[in-house]
Design a protein around this ligand. Structure first.
Ligand SMILES: O=c1ccn([C@@H]2O[C@H](COP(=O)(O)OP(=O)(O)O[C@H]3O[C@H](CO)[C@H](O)[C@H](O)[C@H]3O)[C@@H](O)[C@H]2O)c(=O)[nH]1
Length: 167
């Protein structure tokens, strides 16, 4: 598929664990992909490895941008320069224990970052988002596996950030 005709997807946190796998699959499926990641929990080499796995042709469709969703200017730059068909949103901190010790860090990264993202998406008319939530929104479920209609009762700051954003 010619890259000029492909839809471009913005993957936040695309240098992370689930993000890199998603980016590789998107490239294989013929999408153009822009990754934005602040490298808080990853390294640029992770994106380089995705390029190697995707191969020379497909990796031309991948753009990597170091950026932080808490800086609206980073988001403005991305959205003013490129039209995104959709956003897949993985950027966020995810350690339950750390979130209990440092709740403000989680509110800042996960909530402020995502609210900025929602605002800029609205401004630029980007209406599709896939949000990466967490099983922590179900607290301690009475049985597993969790299903989506279980009661929502997050029990720690990390889970609460995901629950707030889901709603
Ligand atoms: O403010 C931030 C915080 C983190 N990151 C980046 O986001 C990525 C997150 O990837 P991780 O490998 O840390 O996390 P996972 O892919 O394993 O986790 C994914 O699945 C989790 C399920 O609990 C959460 O939904 C989480 O947000 C989502 O990224 C990292 O590259 C990190 O550098 C940012 O860009 N901005």
């Amino acid at each position: 598929m010619g890259s000029e005709f492909c839809k471009r997807i913005l993957v936040t946190g695309g240098a992370g664990f689930i993000g890199t796998h998603t980016v590789l699959q998107l490239l294989k499926d013929g999408f153009n992909v822009t990754v934005v990641d602040n490298l808080d929990n990853s390294v640029e080499e992770a994106v380089d490895r995705v390029r190697i796995l995707a191969g020379e042709d497909l990796s031309r469709n991948l753009v990597f941008s170091i950026g932080d969703l808490r800086n609206k200017s980073d988001l403005e730059k991305l959205f003013s320069e490129t039209r995104f068909e959709a956003v897949i949103h993985f950027a966020g901190l995810k350690a339950v224990g750390e979130s209990v010790a440092k709740p403000m860090r989680y509110f800042d990264n996960n909530l402020v970052g995502t609210l900025n993202l929602y605002e800029i998406m609205g401004k630029y008319g980007c209406k599709k988002m896939v949000f990466s939530s967490s099983a922590t929104v179900y607290g301690q479920p009475e049985k597993i596996p969790c299903v989506e209609d279980f009661d929502l009762k997050a029990m720690n700051p990390y889970g609460r950030t995901k629950l707030f954003l889901k709603r």
